[in-house]
Design a protein around this ligand. Structure first.
Ligand code: XIL
Length: 386
C-alpha cells in the first residue's frame, strides 16, 4: 500500500511538474511583452533614436532599458561627427563609434552613421584648409577611412548633411567655397566606391519646404545623373506645434519617393517652447544665451501643463497618421534623443531651457503623445495585410 501511495505521489508530482514545464513560458512572456514603438510599427518603418555618448557607454541604465524596449534603429547624436572621429589629420578615434556598433549588434538594431560631411562640428584643422586639392584629398581620406572601418558592420551613412540654403541654393559652406558644387556628388561617389553595399543618404532640415525641397531634388537628381548611388533622403523633422504642415510634409514625401529613393524622418522632435525670432528648422549656429525677456521664453520650467500635453499629443498623432498613410515610402522615423531630458532642444536655440519635445518624459515615462501615436495602429491595417 505504501508503495502504491509512493507511486501515486510520484505520478502526481511528475504530472504537476510536467504540466508546469509544458507551459510555454517563452511564448507566454512573448505574448505578455508589452507593445513598444518598434513592435507596433514593425510592418511600417524602423523607429529610431539618436544616442548620446552616455547612451552608447551604457552609463544611464534607465535610458538603455527604454532604448532597448522601444527602438530598433540608432544614430549617434555627435560621436561620429568630424571633430570627434577625425580630430587631427592622421588620427581617427573609433573607440566610442565601435561601442555604438556593439550596442546595435547586442540589440539587433539598424545603424545609421551621422554624418560624413557637414560644415558644423568640423575639426579646426580642416577649417584652415583653403587649397582645393588638399581639401579634396582630406575629404577622400576622411570618407574612405571611416567607411572602410565600418564596412559590413553599419547599415547606412548620412553622407552629406545640410548642404542647402533655405531658398534651395547651395549653402556657402567651406566645402562649397573651396571645392565647388560637385563636392556632394563626389562625397557619395567616394563612399559608394569603398562600400557599394552600404546605404547612402542625403540629410537636411526644412527640405519639406517648397524652395529648399526643389534644391534638394536638384541635388539628388544631380547625384543620380552622375551614375552615383543615393539610397534615401533624410528630412530632419525639427518641428513645432504649428509647422511644418502635414500638407507640406505629404508633398515632400511624394516628391522624394518619385525619385525612387527611400524617405526618412531622421531627427524628429516637436518643440513645446516659444520661438520669438520665427526661426524655423535647425540652424545650429543660431544660439542665444542672455537677452532681455529670457524668462518668457522658458515658460514650462515647473512642468508641462495638461493643455500643452494635449497639443503635443495631437501634433504627434497628425504626424504619425501621415507617416502611416505613406508607410510604403517611408523607411524610418528617428527621434533626436531618447527622452525629454536628453533633447538638444533644452539648449538650442536658447541655452538652459526646459523643453518637452519627445515621446518620453524626464523620468522615462511615456507621455500622452506616446499613447496617441501607439493607438493609431489600432485604427489602421498593417502594410503586410494590404
Ligand atoms: C546637434 C546635437 O544634438 C547637439 O548635441 C550638438 O551640440 C549640435 O548638433 N542637425 C543635425 C544634428 O544634423 O547633427 C544636430 O545635432 C541637430 C541639427
Amino acid at each position: 500500500m505504501q508503495v502504491l501511495h509512493f507511486f501515486v505521489g510520484i505520478l502526481i508530482i511528475s504530472f504537476l511538474s510536467s504540466s508546469c514545464n509544458d507551459t510555454p513560458t517563452t511564448s507566454i512572456s512573448k505574448e505578455e511583452k508589452p507593445p513598444s514603438l518598434h513592435s507596433v510599427f514593425q510592418d511600417d518603418f524602423y523607429v529610431g533614436a539618436a544616442l548620446s555618448k552616455d547612451h552608447i557607454l551604457g552609463t544611464d541604465s534607465e535610458a538603455n532599458a527604454l532604448l532597448e524596449k522601444e527602438f530598433n534603429s540608432i544614430t549617434p547624436e555627435n560621436i561620429m561627427k568630424w571633430m570627434y572621429i577625425h580630430p587631427a589629420p592622421d588620427s581617427f578615434d573609433f573607440k566610442i563609434p565601435d561601442q555604438f556598433i556593439d550596442l546595435a549588434n547586442k540589440n539587433k538594431m539598424q545603424t545609421v552613421g551621422h554624418a560624413l560631411v557637414w560644415h558644423s562640428q568640423l575639426a579646426p584643422w580642416v577649417e584652415e584648409i583653403t587649397d582645393s586639392t588638399i581639401l579634396m584629398q582630406q575629404l577622400e581620406k576622411h570618407i574612405t577611412t571611416i567607411v572602410q572601418h565600418f564596412k559590413g558592420r553599419i547599415d547606412a551613412w548620412d553622407v552629406v548633411n545640410e548642404a542647402l540654403n533655405e531658398d534651395g541654393t547651395m549653402r556657402e559652406s567651406m566645402f562649397y567655397k573651396v571645392l565647388g558644387d560637385d563636392y556632394v556628388t563626389e562625397a557619395f561617389r567616394i563612399a559608394q566606391k569603398v562600400d557599394p553595399d552600404v546605404e547612402l543618404y542625403y540629410n537636411d532640415y526644412n527640405i519639406e519646404q517648397k524652395a529648399k525641397r526643389e534644391g534638394a531634388i536638384r541635388l539628388i537628381k544631380k547625384i543620380q545623373e552622375a551614375g552615383v548611388k543615393i539610397d534615401g533622403v533624410g528630412i530632419q523633422g525639427h518641428w513645432s506645434l504649428l509647422g511644418a504642415s502635414v500638407e507640406l510634409i505629404e508633398e515632400a514625401i511624394e516628391d522624394y519617393a518619385a525619385l525612387g529613393i527611400k524617405v526618412m524622418f531622421t531627427e524628429l522632435d516637436v518643440t513645446a517652447l516659444p520661438n520669438p525670432w520665427d526661426l524655423e528648422g535647425a540652424e545650429v549656429s543660431q544660439n542665444f544665451e542672455d537677452f532681455e525677456g529670457k524668462e518668457f521664453m522658458d515658460p514650462f520650467r515647473a512642468g508641462l501643463p495638461d493643455s500643452m500635453q494635449v497639443k503635443m499629443a495631437d501634433r504627434y498623432e497628425e504626424l504619425f497618421a501621415l507617416f502611416l498613410k505613406h508607410a510604403d515610402k517611408i523607411d524610418r522615423i528617428t527621434f533626436w534623443g531618447v527622452n525629454d531630458g536628453h533633447s538638444w532642444l533644452n539648449g538650442w536655440p536658447i541655452k538652459g531651457r526646459t523643453n518637452y519635445p519627445l515621446l518620453f518624459d524626464r523620468n522615462f515615462q511615456p507621455k500622452k503623445a506616446y499613447h496617441q501615436v501607439m493607438a493609431l495602429k489600432e485604427k489602421t491595417t498593417p502594410k503586410s495585410q494590404n
